[in-house]
Design a protein. Structure first.
Length: 284
């Protein structure tokens, strides 16, 4: 965000001439290959904004939340007094919509009304209308471009999260695993070390092997919170960070070190067998 954007918005909020108007300045529409359930789940999940959308949100503190939605305060990027704002999202499921209102700070008074229209079992259309109070007509184009560019990027990122979560839910709902083996060979020690970090599956569940202080350790690549992907997460001081909500886990103990009440699923033990140096992953 530029200083010009801040000054324009500041002048808009001070304006008296347009105080009684709430014009619609833009509409964004898009079809998404997800269910209405996933979309509602995404909408009332304010906690993911500074993690999944870190290029847009510098910080966000949830002040209140529930099945109704959430209220939060934080900063857009880059964080400064110019980008501070307080937001509220209220879900209106009876009318297939949710309304996001800027209560204070940058963009105060702005309302974003999103309708989600079901088109099929896993197919919806979102129609997003942007309303900005006291906005002169000659600024509509500037605001419209910013809103549409931002929401296009946000929905790209949200789609990744919603689709990945649905895939994990589908996998978990398949019942007993087709693969019932309790161990799997990963190759020779030399080949495994060359391939680290190495992904593998056992009993249809995904894991990853990493080197931790010279020891090979396996950990689950599924975050227990919302089934977020950990397979590409960097290991720092023996911990991995979920890219969706910032939950952090110790891969040795499986404990959540960021304070939430959850832990990684048990992972296979890694052994190096005999002179052949075969690396085997075996469930306890």
């Amino acid at each position: 965000m530029t200083l010009l954007t801040f000054l324009v918005d500041w002048l808009r909020r001070l304006s008296l001439q347009f105080s009684n108007s709430l014009p619609r300045v833009a509409t964004y529409t898009r079809e998404l290959p997800v269910s209405l359930v996933r979309m509602y789940e995404n909408a009332i999940d304010g906690e993911h904004l500074p993690w999944l959308h870190k290029d847009s949100f510098a910080s966000l503190t949830i002040l209140d939340k529930g099945a109704w939605g959430w209220r939060a305060k934080g900063h857009l990027q880059p964080p400064s007094f110019m980008t501070w704002m307080e937001l509220e999202l209220r879900l209106d499921a009876d009318n297939n919509r949710w309304i996001t209102t800027t209560l204070r700070g940058l963009g105060k008074g702005t309302q974003i009304v999103t309708h989600a229209v079901p088109l099929g079992e896993n197919n919806i259309k979102v129609v997003v209308d942007f309303y900005v109070p006291k906005l002169p007509k000659f600024l509509h184009g500037l605001y419209a471009r910013q809103f549409i560019d931002t929401y296009s990027r946000l929905y790209d990122e949200d789609l990744w999260m919603m689709a990945t979560r649905q895939q994990e839910l589908d996998r978990m709902g398949q019942g007993k695993p087709k693969d019932t083996a309790r161990e799997v060979s990963l190759g020779t020690l030399h080949s495994v070390r060359r391939a680290l970090p190495l992904r593998f599956e056992l009993q249809d569940r995904p894991y990853r092997v990493v080197d931790l202080g010279g020891e090979l350790i396996a950990h689950s690549t599924t975050c227990p919170h919302m089934l977020g992907p950990l397979q590409d997460a960097n290991v720092e001081q023996g911990q991995v960070l979920c890219p969706w909500h910032g939950y952090r886990f110790d891969i040795r103990t499986r404990e959540c070190t960021s304070g939430q009440q959850c832990k990684l699923a048990p992972a296979p033990e890694i052994s190096v067998i005999g002179k052949s140096k075969e690396v085997v992953a075996k469930l306890p």
